[in-house]
Design a protein around this ligand. Structure first.
Ligand code: ADP
Ligand code: MG
Length: 600
């Protein structure tokens, strides 16, 4: 046996092998062929595209379009490597407005499958047809047919068995191909799509269907009907689309769809935008559902950074990020955030605990905390008369009972306080269970945020400052941030070497705990690395403070206090999750109840 590696002569690879190598990059499975062919149809201006698949696309993929068609003389060129009608010089790369531009797809596909192409230009009476197999092209023949193009790809990877072995089951390959088609159908409003498998129609949308109608076709009415529109512009950059209520969040990002100038993207920055826009509303690890379409000048984005063109690079990423989050946030806040009771019912049923469905045994995995409070629960009690409520001596003004505009529905009783933690109230079509602590915390925090945004956080000044011992190093650290802290209503001063004087705190905080708040500030500054701006202090410190100073689980509330809390909630647009994204309320509709009692 030879021990030294054999060294052959340097050869120029035959065209077929070159194309097969290129195919390795872009053609991984039937879904990649579908993507390339449908993108070509879209670039050709098609308004109707049909995709027929057999055996998950391995046996056959046929894409038929009504686009501009290809001249008979150019048909062989379409299958030559690096032949494209979409790009003619390098400067064109700076403003790509088509989905394709590399001129490799058809050549790659034809090197790993048996291909037949038919095309007819609109103005021509006859079209042309040719076949390519194993890199060898037949001659072009005249042929009749509807105007547009049809490309048939049979026996994918018939000549590259290594690739073929990597294919998964028919169902998996079909699922991926369908996913590609559906994403493109959501990205390309105005274009109709039909997809069939082994002769059966799996999916279709009409050209006239808008995004919501397409989501309904793809994912069902429950999601489509709950979507909240998003719309905004920054110069000639536009964002349009929908966000879904947080109950549609899931463990993966498959329902997060971004489209850029009609191109479906998977981009980390965009996933981060959604996470930021949902901060405080979605628990960690859950991915919100959204369908968002960006349109912008192609010169402001580089799409040529990834062979499958799924990632992009924005020229001004910071500005883009800021614009997107600012446009999304209000839409996110206006979605319905109540947890549907039906989810809790199914949880309870899974525990085979039907009898307890209506006592609030809360599932932990939906982000509920402290079921221990329930163990402490006594018999539920109707709150009829007001039990004496004594504010603790150190309290800043109690904000629970401040005048709030009374709202009919908010004030309808009776209310039931359960385990001194949950408030139950009737609704016209069911009832709802509120977590008094989470609700109060959210209200306090949103009011702080609102005051902060107006630049007017109301401060409760102290006659005698409260002193907090922090050590010399931390005292110096804090001193650097006194100004930023004052903007969020936290008024501090030095008091000797290692002691901080708390002169004032936001008046919204009920029973504020000065010492813990100062420690939170130190932790936030240390964690932020650079100097945190007042926005960060606001989010990190005040929301913890709001939590600590809000009505606690375990506080008995009088009916007056409950009414005040609910009236304030009715006035707040963001009352449905607490700042930690736990829900503040769970709603049971009559339909949920009927289900629970097997009435339907
Ligand atoms: P690219 O899309 O990057 O240009 P392709 O290999 O996918 O490269 O296609 C090569 C060329 O063939 C395209 O530039 C286009 O001119 C032509 N072509 C391919 N598919 C179609 C189609 N469905 N309708 C019209 N022209 C097409
Ligand atoms: Mg192409």
């Amino acid at each position: 046996m030879e021990s030294t590696p054999t060294r052959g002569r340097i050869n120029v690879l035959p065209e077929l092998v070159k194309n097969q190598i290129a195919a390795g990059e872009v053609i991984e499975r039937p879904a990649s062929v579908v993507k390339e062919l449908v993108e070509n149809a879209l670039d050709a201006g098609a308004t109707r595209i049909q995709v027929d698949l057999e055996e998950g696309g391995v046996k056959l993929i046929r894409v038929t379009d009504d686009g501009c068609g290809i001249e008979p003389a150019e048909l062989p060129l379409a299958f030559a490597a690096h032949a494209t009608s979409k790009l003619s010089n390098v400067s064109d790369l700076d403003h790509i407005a088509t989905l394709g531009f590399r001129g490799e797809a058809l050549a790659s596909i034809a090197s790993v499958a048996r291909v037949r192409a038919f095309s007819r230009r609109h103005e021509a009476t006859l079209g042309a047809q040719m076949e390519i197999e194993g890199g060898r092209a037949s001659e072009v023949r005249e042929a009749g047919g509807a105007s547009g193009t049809a490309i048939e790809v049979r026996d994918l990877f018939y000549n590259t068995p290594a690739r073929r072995r990597f294919l998964k089951t028919t169902a998996t390959e079909l699922g991926r191909a369908l996913d590609v088609i559906q994403r493109l159908a959501l990205a390309q409003i105005g274009v109709g799509f039909v997809a069939t498998h082994d002769g059966r129609r799996l999916f279709d949308v009409e050209p006239s269907m808008d995004l919501r109608a397409r989501v309904r076709r793809t994912f069902g009415a429950e999601l489509a009907d709950a979507l909240v529109p998003v719309s905004g512009a920054d110069g000639d950059t536009r964002l349009e689309g929908f966000v879904a209520p947080v109950r549609f969040a899931r463990g993966d990002t498959t329902r997060q769809m971004w489209f850029l100038n009609g191109r479906p993207l998977r981009d980390k920055i965009l996933a981060r935008v959604l996470r930021d826009a949902h901060r405080g509303f979605v628990v960690d690890g859950k991915q919100p559902t959204a369908f968002l379409s960006l349109s912008m000048d192609p010169a402001k984005v580089d799409v040529n950074v990834h062979p499958a063109k799924a990632e992009v690079r924005f020229r001004d990423e910071r500005r883009m990020f800021g614009f997107l989050v600012a446009t999304l946030r209000p839409a996110v806040q206006s979605t319905d955030m109540a947890t549907p009771g039906e989810r809790m019912l199914s949880f309870a049923q899974r525990r085979d605990d039907a009898a307890s469905t209506l006592t609030p045994q809360l599932p932990r995995q939906h982000g509920f905390a402290d079921t221990g409070a329930l163990a402490r629960a006594e018999r539920p009690m109707f709150v009829r008369e007001a039990p004496a409520y004594v504010a603790p001596p150190s309290a800043a003004p109690a904000r629970l009972d401040e005048p709030a505009r009374p709202r009919e529905d908010a004030l309808r009783g009776p209310f039931l306080q359960v385990a001194r933690t949950y408030i139950v109230r009737a609704l016209p079509d069911g009832f709802e269970v509120l977590d008094q602590h989470a609700l109060h915390e959210r209200l306090t925090f949103e009011q702080l945020r609102e005051e902060f945004e107006r630049g007017a956080i109301e401060v409760q000044h102290r006659l005698t400052p409260e002193l907090v011992e922090v050590g010399a190093a931390h005292a110096r650290l804090l001193e650097d941030h006194f100004e930023a802290l004052a903007k969020v209503g936290v008024v501090l001063g030095r008091f000797g070497e290692g002691v901080i004087a708390v002169h004032g705190l936001p008046a919204r905080l009920r029973r504020p705990d000065a010492e813990s708040l100062v420690r939170d500030v130190i932790a936030t500054i240390e964690a932020s690395g650079a100097a945190p701006d007042s926005g960060v202090l606001m989010e990190e410190v005040l929301h913890r403070a709001a939590c600590r100073s809000s009505v606690m689980a375990g506080d008995e509330l009088s009916e007056i206090e409950i009414r005040a809390l609910l009236a304030r909630a009715a006035d707040s647009p963001h009352d449905q999750t607490c700042p930690h994204a736990r829900p503040t309320r769970v709603r049971f509709t009559l339909a949920d109840l009927e289900k629970a009692f097997h009435r339907r």
